[in-house]
Design a protein around this ligand. Sequence first.
Ligand code: TPP
Ligand code: MG
Length: 623
Amino acid sequence: MATRRLTMAQALLGFLKNQYVERDGVEHRFFEGAWGIFGHGILAGFGQALQQNPDFPYYLCRNEQAAVHIATAFAKSRLRLSTFACISSIGPGATNMITGAATATINRIPVLLLPGDIFARRNVAPVLQQLEHEMSQDISVNDAFKPVCRYWDRINRPDQLPCAVVEAMRVLTSPAHTGAVTLALPQDVQAEAWDYPEEMFEKRVWHIPRTPPEPVMLARAAEMIRAAKRPLIIAGGGVLYSQAWEALAGLVQRTGIPVGETQAGKGALSFDHPANLGAIGVTGTPGANIAAREADVVIAIGTRLSDFTTASKTAFQNPAVRFVHINVAEFDAAKHAALPLIADARAALEQLTNALAGYSVEPAYSEAVARWRAQWAQEAERIFQLRHGPPISQGEVIGAVARAAQPEDVVVNAAGSLPGDLHKLWPTRKPGGYHMEYGYSCMGYEIAGGLGVKMADPSRQVWGMVGDGSFLMMSAEIATSIQEGYKLNLVVVDNHGFSSIGGLSRATGSGGFGTDYRRRTATGLDGDYVPVDFVALCAGLGAHAVRARTREELEQALAEMRTHETTTAVVIEVDKEQRVPGYESWWDVPVSEVSEIDSIRQARKAYEEAVKKERRHEIRARS
Ligand SMILES: Cc1ncc(C[n+]2csc(CCOP(=O)(O)OP(=O)(O)O)c2C)c(N)n1
Ligand SMILES: [Mg+2]
């Protein structure tokens, strides 16, 4: 057998370079390089391998968590067909990646994490940044990746590597099981040489299947839908990952079944498609939520059915409601006692369209859909034209950004009050035009994520909408965007704290306690706002930044931002209390059962009423 004498790190890199995926006959290089930050735990091993392999680019970021967000956003934008590896030193560099790992895994996005690890040989322990355990020498901080990853391994000997890398690729390329994968790399083993089989470095193409639905189950699903008077589709992220948007449009065109979109699924249909009721769930539009409440058959496609989508299981109130669930993952397809169609979304939708030939919803339902859509268009326009303040309302800011954006542009966001407002209001025209990380809703994702989105398709302008809280958590990747020459347009929405959590605190009777950025006084955090100059912060990191004080100034700034070559930012203060309302929905956030505060006792009463609407779909007899 031909072999090549390489260090473990060189062999790992040699393997990663040659991994490809193929779907529908089109090949994609799976790893576009590695993001990370060097330290003693990675630099002389994998770092050295990177140095001698310039065809596997190394990207230096400012925070390891951001590296994973960049990779995640990139892979999400590339519909999971390519990604990055993320490397770190041992200790804090590694644990910084844990939040990123959880973000990737919850969103089912492939990223490969390569944290350095403590010496396998152990004799020099404890090394710098090694957290020792008295009960075992076989534990390091990298064990903390296990619950947030879909596959985890530690390469304690160079000859373990071939076994580990193929398992890593199996998981990363599995539509159902993908997420973060960790291969922990002990510092000494990275530098150890072994005679690796040449075959390990041959080009390998991993086929991404389009699993068809089982014919029996397809027939049963079609039968169930044919009997439905008020069917509703919930389009999740799986519709996008499967590139099933045309198949979905084909099915709804033939059948007239309306569609509600989850955060991950938004953009499955253009916002102006006549069957698109828009956002569904806690952050949904009235039409989608009324349709959900009355639906007799709900066809879920590629969704985790999170509490935001199901309104904490209060969304579906028709006593006869039944669920069909198209999903590559058995785990999701079985939720709500659904009839499971374990299949690729596109394959299933194409076959379902044929199986439903001749079926369409009754005209009265289609008329209701058209009415809901028209009413929502009016409501969105009311919010965009509010002319509140200054400070203006966040809804008006979204309207202004949407008007400045072109159909192919991408809006990026993750946490705060913006996800709910954008879910309802952003007029997505093209798949991928709406990039929301709302599985982990991880503050700090926006700027790093925006960079990943931009790298995935530099021809699209990226609008990163960032709350002041999210910005303060992680903004240093602005400098990385300048370093790499990938331009971002950032809209920093300053409301001096947490509009989202502040509003939630009020709704649960706590009056906004601890949610404003105010100076401490003798009575608590109730002084003046803490002054933070976001224009100076953005400019200090290398962006072109301006402040807008009025709607007109904002519109002018947005128009100019498009034309700049490097990262730009506009900072706008908004009125935290002028919120976009919620519609026909509810979210379960338990309120204290006993309290000394009257407003909490009141909120508890309302809570006890609302929680009664929660349904137990999962315990019904299976369809
Ligand atoms: C890392 C992280 N910590 C805490 C939270 C909980 N949380 C959700 S939204 C939010 C406030 C976000 O503030 P900002 O970005 O200013 O948005 P706003 O609510 O003002 O719109 C917090 C603390 C979170 N989602 N992520
Ligand atoms: Mg804020």
